[in-house]
Design a protein around this ligand. Structure first.
Ligand SMILES: Cc1cc2nc3c(=O)[nH]c(=O)nc-3n(C[C@H](O)[C@H](O)[C@H](O)COP(=O)(O)O)c2cc1C
Length: 337
């Protein structure tokens, strides 16, 4: 996928890995909106895959492809074992998290603090590549703490690429490992897109994607004039409707008007299947609240989806009732205009 993208110049648009957000139900929704975006799982810790409930952690719907599994860990042998186990599940890519700054992650010595030990990241990549049958990629920051991105990022990239990483996704800001919460670490350290663009110019043969603070598709498209890939996190989740335009506007596919009624029916049928297999309606609908921003009726839609799905006996019809209060035609015209 990445080698081909580099060869042909085809760009990759990705929805970022987000714990508690990009679970399988979220990805199923996103896939209804875009056929081509690469969808990431939440980070799953290698130890959890080795010792925990594999089926629950790793299974997903075939419709979600292409889907990349993000792993957390820093022990090459454990990461390799996790990759081996995950290979039965058919993910299209395995990604290593070198960007997450939470305390819980630091105490396990992985995530963003690995920016300080690029040689260990390289060992992890080598071990993962040895067993993987799909691309192995890394998601990183431009540096952490007192590190000078200009000094550390080129070395970090050359080591992980030298170890065999097929692509690197760079969150264009530093992480502060002490004193900032994970949320603050997504907002306070300043964005530095320029250094990420420069890394791409200096490494024309390496697939590099950019992430961080990209709020709409115009900005995404501008980054793609330099970068090979663009990854949106919060904007894609909180305003999922924008994904309906990704295939055409960002990836150059033929224009296709979003069919909201088809989406409604697909999500009702999906919710029905989730409930039939022991899940809850809210597990599906909680990801749908951010749809229809700017449409008449969106407020009422959000209200319905925020309150009704948790009521006893609530079923897929709640999705139908929520869609019914949105002026879908006017919204479509507004989006086109
Ligand atoms: C709720 C939430 C959970 C996140 N979980 C992860 C994660 O599991 N792995 C990871 O690499 N980054 C994680 N991130 C960071 C995002 O992948 C992304 O790098 C960050 O939000 C910046 O991109 P954005 O400005 O487009 O949101 C998370 C972000 C949010 C908002």
């Amino acid at each position: 996928m990445y080698a081909e993208a580099l060869k042909t110049g085809r760009k990759i648009f990705a929805v970022a890995p987000m714990i508690d957000w990009t679970d399988r139900h979220c990805r199923y929704l996103h896939r209804q909106l875009t056929a081509h975006a690469l969808l990431y799982t939440e980070m799953i810790v290698a130890d959890a895959i080795i010792h925990g409930p594999r089926e629950r952690l790793l299974s997903y719907s075939p419709e979600e492809h292409p889907v990349a599994l993000q792993l957390g860990g820093s022990d090459p042998a454990k990461l390799a074992e996790a990759v081996r186990i995950a290979s039965d599940f058919g993910y299209d890519e395995i990604n290593l998290n070198v960007g997450c700054p939470s305390d819980r992650v630091q105490s396990g010595t992985f995530g963003a603090c690995l920016m300080k030990t690029p040689e260990l990241v390289a060992e992890c990549v080598v071990a993962m590549k040895r067993v993987a049958t799909v691309p192995v990629t890394v998601k990183c920051r431009i540096g952490v703490d007192e590190q000078e991105p200009e000094a550390v990022l080129p070395d970090f990239l050359s080591r992980v690429v030298g170890a065999g990483a097929d692509a690197v996704w760079i969150h264009a800001r530093k992480a502060w490992l002490q004193g900032l919460s994970p949320k603050e670490n997504r907002e306070i350290p300043p964005l530095d897109y320029e250094i990420v663009h420069r890394m791409k110019r200096e490494n024309p043969d390496v697939f590099l994607g950019i992430n961080g603070g990209i709020t709409d598709l115009d900005r995404a498209a501008r980054h793609l004039t330099v970068m090979d890939g663009v990854m949106l996190g919060r904007a894609a989740y909180q305003n999922a409707g924008l994904l309906a335009e990704v295939d055409e506007r960002v990836l150059g596919e033929a224009h296709r008007e979003p069919d909201w009624l088809e989406l409604r029916d697909a999500m009702m049928a999906y919710a029905d299947r989730v409930i039939a297999s022991g899940g809850r309606l809210n597990q599906v609908t909680r990801h749908m609240v951010g749809l229809f921003q700017g449409f008449a009726g969106a407020r009422r839609y959000r209200q319905i989806l925020s309150t009704e799905p948790t009521k006893p006996g609530a079923g897929p019809e709640v999705i139908g009732a929520a869609f019914a209060v949105v002026d879908l035609d006017a919204g479509a015209k507004q989006q086109a205009g």
